[in-house]
Design a protein around this ligand. Structure first.
Ligand SMILES: Nc1ncnc2c1ncn2[C@@H]1O[C@H](COP(=O)(O)OP(=O)(O)OP(=O)(O)O)[C@@H](O)[C@H]1O
Ligand SMILES: [Mg+2]
Length: 313
């Protein structure tokens, strides 16, 4: 029987796959082989912690066709409950680079995204962003991962020429300005590309009606503890500074990097929150300039005008 587990078994499985499982050590992979010479199938690697104490369960998972298709994603609450209530096995696609594997699961009635957290507080930030309608709605998940609504639309930089009317661009600019304003009001610094990066990639999803949403809060900062920022938060702030790459190239050793982060932590502690969040505005301005290179000069003025209206109201 596919996906036929008791509640206890589901709990055991969930404990084993969350937080995102590190790759099993080679030694363990060898021990997991169903029989000598047979390789462990990839979809079973996330369950490796079961291969020792819970061997019978591990073996049942190995022969489960749903698990073969969905691997550990089958046991995420949003997925497991749909399958248990008889929905068809979703189509599974992958994306993601910086954070590791991002899974996109397409069910008949909705599409969801499951992705490992990129920073310790990303789940809190994503929850706030979802609640205020700036980011994807957050769904029930497992520790270490986000499960969220798939936002349909096109990335800003992929909008086709015929959509780029003054009104539409003005609307998009205004949406993005307003989203950043709302995030800043909630004490969230987005800290990432909005309109376009130098490679023409964008983090703004634009729906047909011009409504926009930001995805990926992986390096955003929740400033609610400011002036006390953790090491990871300071690192996330500096990693988007152009000078940080230059610094890393020249840094002598890890101590040098640590000293730099310590000094920067003090600098951030001494800054006003609004000084920190104002860098989002610089990202927006640079992103508009970058987008003008690929989308044409003419988009600059309406997007900027909209943005300022949206941000300053
Ligand atoms: N909620 C979502 N709705 C729609 N698409 C999403 C969503 N989350 C992620 N994606 C898609 O998956 C890609 C990767 O997700 P995300 O940006 O969170 O991870 P990443 O590791 O930073 O990847 P990348 O380096 O490609 O930006 C996004 O660029 C987008 O195409
Ligand atoms: Mg990203």
């Amino acid at each position: 029987m596919p996906l036929d587990y008791t509640n206890e078994e589901v709990a055991v499985i969930r404990r084993a796959i969350a937080p995102p499982p590190p790759k099993p050590p080679e030694l363990v992979i060898d021990g997991m082989r169903p029989s000598a010479g047979m390789p462990v199938p990839d979809h079973m690697l996330p369950f490796w912690k079961l291969s020792d104490l819970e061997m019978p369960l591990f073996l049942r998972l190995t022969t489960d066709p749903v698990v073969k298709t969905l691997s550990h994603y089958a046991f995420f609450p949003e997925v497991y409950s749909r399958l248990s209530s008889g929905q068809k096995v979703p189509n599974l696609g992958f994306s993601g680079r910086a954070r590791g594997t991002v899974a996109v699961l397409t069910f008949e009635d909705r599409t969801i995204v499951i992705k490992p957290l990129q920073s310790q507080r990303e789940d809190e930030i994503a929850r706030i962003a979802g609640d205020i309608g700036v980011g994807p709605s957050q769904l029930e998940t497992l520790p270490g991962y986000l499960t969220e609504e798939f936002v349909s639309g096109m990335f800003f930089t992929e909008l086709p020429e015929e959509r780029l009317t003054e009104d539409f661009l003005n609307e998009v600019g205004s949406e993005v300005g307003y989203m950043l304003r709302r995030l800043h009001q909630e004490g969230i610094y987005y800290n990432d590309v909005t309109f376009s990066d130098p490679m023409g990639r964008s983090h703004i999803l634009v729906a047909l009606n011009g409504r926009c949403r930001l995805i990926d809060f992986g390096i955003s900062l929740n400033l609610d503890q400011h002036p006390n920022l953790g090491r990871e938060e300071v690192h996330n702030f500096v990693r988007t500074l152009p000078m940080y790459r230059v610094f890393l190239g020249m840094a002598e050793d890890q101590n040098h990097v640590d000293r730099f982060l310590d000094e920067y932590a003090q600098k951030l502690a001494a800054s006003e929150q609004s000084e920190i969040t104002s860098r989002d505005l610089q990202f927006a301005e640079q992103g508009i300039k970058m987008a003008m290179l690929t989308m044409g000069e003419k988009i600059g003025e309406p997007v900027k005008r909209g943005f300022l209206n949206g941000y300053y109201g």
